[in-house]
Design a protein around this ligand. Sequence first.
Ligand SMILES: Nc1ncnc2c1ncn2[C@@H]1O[C@H](COP(=O)(O)OP(=O)(O)O)[C@@H](O)[C@H]1O
Ligand SMILES: O=C(CO)[C@@H](O)[C@@H](O)COP(=O)(O)O
Length: 603
Amino acid sequence: MEQQAATPAYVIGVDYGTDSVRAVLVDARTGAETAQAVHNYARWKTLQFCNPARNQFRQHPLDYIEGLEAVVRRVAQQVPAAHILGLAVDTTGSTPGAVNEQGVALALTPGFENNPNAMFVLWKDHTALDEAAEINHKARTWGGEDYTKFEGGIYSSEWFWAKIMHVVREDAAVAQAAHSWMEHCDWLTLMLTGGDLASFKRSRCAAGHKAMWHESWGGLPSEEFLTHLEPKLAGLRDRLFHETYTADEVAGRLTEEWAQRLGLTTNTVVAVGSFDAHAGAVAGEIEAYSMVKVMGTSTCDIVVAPISEVGSHLVAGICGQVDGSVIPGMLGLEAGQSAFGDLLAWFRQILEWPLQNVLSNSKVLTPELQAALRDEMSDQLLVQLSEAAAAVDPAESHVLALDWVNGRRTPDANQALKGAIMNLTMGTNAPQIFRALVEAICYGSKQIVERFEQEGVPIKQVIGIGGVAKKSKFVMQTLADVLNRPIKIAVSEQAPALGSAMYAAVAAGIYSDVLTAQKAMGSGFAESYEPNPDRVADYQARYEQYQAFGRFVEATTLGSSVVVPGRDSASPRLHDTQNDSPKRGLAESLPGTTTLQHSHQAQ
Ligand SMILES: Nc1ncnc2c1ncn2[C@@H]1O[C@H](COP(=O)(O)OP(=O)(O)O)[C@@H](O)[C@H]1O
Ligand SMILES: O=C(CO)[C@@H](O)[C@@H](O)COP(=O)(O)O
């Protein structure tokens, strides 16, 4: 520690996940997590403002504000406010929202309170599929710079520009009232520190991975490119930002109002915002060529590499390579799966249908008993399914699944893809299907590791953090077997929040840089899953079946505009796959395949 050790020094990390926000109060000298608090978003819980059938997922800024006050007040009470020197926020992303000239989210202004287009467009909202396809097409054909090149070569509907384009096209009132747009992590940081929107320090992590910001072309894509894409974007570039800042930098200090609302002081330094996965990787003690897998609703797979070694070498099919997005001075590379725990949650929801729908008509059970039963089932279902699935004899089940229920994020983003399950028989049971789903998310992970290595980025170790890493020994053991690599699990229950606390400690001047903060505040590793040599060969064979199944489904996905993966061809990316004829030959390459079932629903 570089500051005088006797002075108590605490920092707060605030981590906004998909369903909840958590805060940790950390002793910056030791890294000890003194207190933590979690708050579930009230409106989000009932999916108010969402339409899952249309892949529309919006979050109200009031959910974020209520959560912030609840969790920060709770942890801040544990020590004198004057001892809390820094605070930093990480959020999901890309989760942009429209703001007015003062940086106030439109949904907090009169007339827009209940308009989903005036809210934050959550990372998993895929309403902008067509816009992403247009961006990809334009980037390759307009004759200028291919702005997607540092973002894996394929722009995703999960990201900033696609979402903005979609909303301004759909909603003239929002388009008219939106002075600018902000990522969730930037919006919160501005709100806490006050100040001027135009000079506010936006996050390098968010801008580099999701908004095609890159120093080599002077920041954001050019005005010409943006207006070519959509005339309604005219002028927005200048009202966004030019510079970006790494998460160890000072964004400002808490305003009087927010110091009071949070039980802190105006001396508390607020660091520049970042994304949850990147902050989590810092807490997971990431180092060069480690992959930190943040395994929750989705996965984010974060790798860092020295700029001198990977530098401007382009890695195809990932979610971006950004100077300083994780550790300032190093290249941060991101990949991931749009559904990881979410695929298992989807299956739980299918199994819960009678509980939600039939039980409410029960003449036998009181409403109280019904609610108690629902809660117990919901709590226990994944745990008990995991136990039963672990006992399935792999030789007796040929069920094979794809993990694309929320599209495929990497390798080669294609959010229009759908999930699929094959090889069902009259003997197939729930644990066998569950096991196939778990295998599918692990095979999806293996494809990502292989892509990094094929692209010249070696993966020297795998570190697991996040809800699934902590909660499911079954998933972690399967992952170690499928990857044929050990997986170290970080101790921290709240890794992204701890990572933000490390960023805050640097911004507050307690440490000189993130690597020093990481060493001093890291909480180490709890356990390691070793691959079981008896399982490796079998999983390798099944992985090849998964890949063949994936190729078949991708070639036959119907009813939506699909971005064709691949960065080399200059041909248009947007095409209607309804006109494609299924490539039946791939089905024949699936060993043990007698029946093939896949999803044909339109988006
Ligand atoms: N016992 C379990 N086995 C496997 N997955 C689980 C289990 N319990 C919860 N999950 C999954 O964990 C995910 C939530 O992860 P978490 O890291 O807590 O949240 P977030 O992604 O919002 O940060 C959910 O998708 C859920 O399905
Ligand atoms: O994509 C990113 C970061 O780039 C994540 O915010 C997104 O996958 C959501 O993460 P969670 O699954 O909520 O942990």
